[in-house]
Design a protein around this ligand. Structure first.
Ligand code: C5P
Length: 145
């Protein structure tokens, strides 16, 4: 339906979008600086889709706000059921593949460090728990991107 909400799933959970961005065989990871409960955890950068917002558009907005880069969404990293990844009771993580059109990612308001990780370096940072599986799935595909 045209008027189906874009920011929640059919079962009413909030959609959080996250970016799998590859460059030169490495995956972009960012360390949260806030809120305190997440600080120090590494994630695929992203954030909540706002009501009425297209998820890909939301990811473009979040990456510009948080890391100062213009991105283009080019695909998805599908979760266990061919779609979203589990986040918590109220939300799901939708991981979209993207490439950077302009800028170099820099930590800003939500992060205090960014790194480009080779697939074998994925385990060198403490990921937020929901990001562990999608980051591994994204890294597995890096060779084929
Ligand atoms: O970035 P934002 O705070 O809007 O994301 C909403 C919530 O989704 C976070 O509090 C965090 O728990 C979760 N999240 C996550 N992994 C991501 C992005 C967000 O676990 N890559």
């Amino acid at each position: 339906m045209d008027d189906a909400p874009t920011h929640v799933t059919a079962d009413g959970r909030r959609v959080v979008v996250a970016a799998a961005i590859e460059s030169r065989g490495r995956l972009l990871a960012a360390r949260r600086s806030r809120p305190e409960s997440l600080a120090g955890g590494w994630e695929l950068p992203g954030g909540k889709v706002e009501p009425g917002e297209d998820p890909a558009r939301a990811l473009v907005r979040e990456l510009l706000e948080e890391l100062g880069v213009d991105i283009e969404v080019v695909g998805a990293v599908h979760g266990p059921d061919g779609g979203d990844w589990p986040l918590d009771d109220r939300s799901v993580l939708r991981v979209l593949r993207a490439r950077i059109d302009r800028g170099d990612p820099e930590a800003g308001v939500a992060h205090d460090e960014v790194r480009w990780l080779a697939p074998r370096e994925l385990g060198s940072v403490p990921w937020l728990e929901p990001d562990v599986a999608p980051a591994a799935a994204a890294a597995l595909r890096i060779d084929t991107w």
